[in-house]
Design a protein. Structure first.
Length: 267
């Protein structure tokens, strides 16, 4: 993103993203790889969800065991990193939260080098899991391999860490981001619940799609309008002056005092 999105534009993009995710979830489909590079923005301000290579129809009830190695690392929910074999819509909502933060900062929110580093960055932002913030944490396969401090400094979700990371975000925006990035998947909102969040009702209101900055569409074979400017002179073409007499302009020049430059002598 060469330029940051305005707050009103971020809200419009999030609403469109949440609407698309809600449609998928209403039809029992998990995308399982939501990230900014899988989102397409048209030249008319319309956001589209793309790349369904990892998508899965789960139905109701969901399968007892699902693939763990899904979602690009920087957008992967902590329960997947800890080996959860059963998961649902909450993994997509975690990715939506990561995209929300990326729209605000213009760079990926959690850029882990590997799975262990990704977990460390998640805990640094969202706080260490506790029995209060994530009751089922200890039952995950990889949880027993972690060494957590006995008295975590940011117990209870780490809301202050997100507020520090996004000082210009409104209280409602911080609340939405906190819930989307909740460690406990049961505490994350659904896409339908996200659409009705207070953040989208506050000023500035979401920008209308027609008011988004436009750019030419290569797919539509559109071209930028070029301003009509005069052409540069072409060698060998003389301007037609007609019968205009310029002799009076240069009369008396032979009497002028010459300076220290050079004089051109015609031979």
């Amino acid at each position: 993103m060469p330029e940051p999105f305005l707050a009103s534009e971020v809200k419009t993009l999030l609403l469109q993203l949440a609407s698309g995710v809600a449609y998928l979830h209403d039809n029992w489909i998990l995308h399982r790889d939501l990230k900014t590079s899988n989102l397409l923005l048209s030249n008319r301000g319309q956001l589209k969800i793309a790349d369904f290579g990892m998508a899965r129809y789960v139905g109701d009830p969901p399968p007892p065991k699902l693939t763990q190695l899904v979602v690009t690392l920087w957008y992967r929910a902590p329960e997947l990193l800890l080996g959860a074999a059963r998961y649902g819509q909450a993994i997509d909502m975690w990715s939506v939260g990561c995209i929300f933060g990326e729209l605000l900062t213009r760079e990926p929110l959690l850029q882990g080098k590997n799975e262990a580093d990704e977990l460390a960055q998640i805990f640094a932002l969202c706080g260490f899991p506790t029995d209060e913030s994530w009751p089922s944490f200890r039952r995950l396969p990889n949880a027993r391999l972690l060494r957590l401090p006995s008295k975590p400094a940011t117990a209870g979700g780490g809301g202050s860490a997100i507020r520090t990371r996004f000082p210009l975000l409104t209280a409602a925006g911080v609340s939405l981001l906190n819930t989307l990035l909740a460690l406990d998947p049961d505490r994350r909102p659904s896409a339908r619940e996200m659409l009705s969040h207070e953040y989208f009702r506050q000023d500035p209101k979401p920008k209308q799609e027609a008011m988004f900055p436009t750019f030419p569409s290569k797919a539509g074979q559109e071209r930028r309008r070029k301003r009509q400017t005069p052409l540069a002179p072409v060698r060998g073409q003389a301007v037609e002056l007609g019968s205009v007499d310029f002799s009076g302009i240069f009369s008396g020049r032979e009497k002028e005092e010459r300076g220290g430059g050079f004089s051109l002598r015609m031979v």
